[in-house]
Ligand binder design. Structure first.
Ligand code: GLY
Ligand code: MN
Ligand code: MN
Length: 423
């Protein structure tokens, strides 16, 4: 806003999506809208427009649904115009019905508009109609429509650096999520179904205050864990197999993202243990080099090096270490990346590169470190004892001034710890 004193910023709320005839999906506010306003109702707009009274600064205008005794009796309370001013600190609040008339007025004198096109067609048309009305209001000026910029990049950079308050919310989400994983480790027994563990995890999230999951949980027993985005979660769990759980609770719009892999029965088999130990070693070595100045690319490279060396000594790869790393030989068993930003969105916003170079980590950034090893059922070239095994170990890492802090260390990951917990 400081860099663009004559820009108008427009953020629409998420719409309510129909699930089937008169039932909607549970509502979750659009992340940027929530980040800037905290306002959780649909059918709303947040507009930041140049202030008339204080040149160089912006005023916050919220367009909201009107209070409605009848509707509120059925659907719950609304804040209305008065609540938008009093609770959310808006400088001005208007009814959403007034948007089409007021928005062109807010655009008067503006030089550009920040608005993300393409999310919702009706909203796009509404905003474009406003721009057209503002252009017409200038009379015969020869001016075109105001240029539209995507606010996502600016907000991405803001959201990438977590404030102390945001870190607290992430900590809370991480603590609850770690507890859920620990509970799953303790409770799982041969003969249970994957969905029972999913239910237990959901229950642990909700009873500890998470409003929802940050993404659909993956609860994958045995060979299902070799399918990277397995979501069916409906097969029986068998003794002698591993269970991979990738699940994160969302607390006040901030999500955790943890993966743990542990035995359905009492202990790891020998081939499971050798792959598990390798995966864990790569993860620990990656965490050990995490500090300001390093990059996610360097972290991924470290994981790939450790995994390649281990796969060579287990006989799953053959060839020369450096050549394999260069050619990406590990991708047969580790086809995904190691990290992504984490925050309000599980795959959070923010640039991964600066001027085409991997960006350096800085204090306040939060991201995952999640190496995995997956030996596909159909990989006839792999020794049979390793086939059908899928393992991933994922923690959430905060970059600090001198190094990093593992926000999810409460979730056990040492084999001895897991086996002791199960016993
Ligand atoms: N759960 C999604 C991910 O780990 O990226
Ligand atoms: Mn992840
Ligand atoms: Mn995950």
């Amino acid at each position: 806003m400081k860099a663009n004193p004559s820009a108008v910023f427009v953020f629409p709320s998420t719409e309510e999506f129909v699930r089937n005839p008169d039932v909607t999906f549970p509502f979750r506010q659009e992340s940027n809208f929530h980040y800037l306003s905290g306002f959780e109702e649909p059918e709303s707009f947040l507009v930041l427009a140049p202030s008339k009274s204080k040149p160089g600064s912006h005023r916050m205008v919220l367009f909201v649904r009107k209070r409605d005794v009848e509707k509120e009796m059925w659907e719950g309370e609304r804040y209305g115009v008065e609540g938008a001013l009093r609770v959310f600190g808006a400088d001005e609040a208007c009814l959403i019905e007034e948007f089409d008339k007021k928005f062109p007025e807010l655009l008067q004198g503006a030089e550009k508009v920040y608005f993300r096109l393409g999310l919702d067609r009706e909203t796009d048309e509404r905003v474009l109609r406003g721009l057209e009305a503002a252009r017409k209001a200038l009379g015969r000026s020869g001016r075109g429509l105001l240029p539209i910029h995507d606010p996502g990049e600016v907000l991405g950079e803001m959201r990438l650096f977590k404030s102390a308050e945001e870190v607290e919310l992430l900590r809370k989400a991480c603590r609850i999520t770690a507890l859920a994983h620990k509970t799953a480790m303790k409770e799982v027994r041969p003969g249970m179904n994957e969905y029972e563990i999913e239910a237990l995890i959901d229950y642990t999230f909700r009873r500890n205050g998470c409003q929802r999951v940050g993404y659909g949980s993956i609860v994958a027993g045995g060979k299902n864990a070799t399918c990277l985005h397995y979501r069916a979660n409906n097969e029986p769990l068998r003794d002698g197999e591993l269970l991979l759980v990738d699940a994160g609770g969302e607390f006040d719009y901030y999500t955790s993202d943890i993966t743990r892999t542990f035995p359905v029965g009492d202990s790891f088999t020998a081939p499971q243990a050798s792959l598990y130990d390798l995966c864990l070693r790569s993860q620990k070595e990656a965490i050990a080099i995490t500090k300001p100045g390093t990059t996610l690319v360097a972290i991924h490279r470290k994981v790939c090096e450790v995994l390649t060396e281990g796969l060579l000594s287990l006989g799953l790869l053959a060839g020369k270490r450096d050549e394999l790393i260069q050619a990406g030989g590990h991708r047969r068993f580790y086809p995904h990346n190691t990290s992504h930003w984490l925050g309000m969105d599980v795959h959070d916003v923010g640039f991964y590169q600066n001027n085409g170079e991997p960006r350096m980590l800085e204090p306040g950034m939060v991201f995952t470190i999640e190496p995995g090893l997956y030996v596909q059922p159909g990989d006839a070239a792999a020794p049979e004892r390793f086939r059908n095994i899928g393992i991933r170990i994922e923690d959430d890492i905060l970059v600090t001034a001198n190094g990093c802090e593992n926000l999810t260390q409460d979730a056990p990951k040492e084999r001895t710890e897991i086996e002791a917990l199960k016993a």
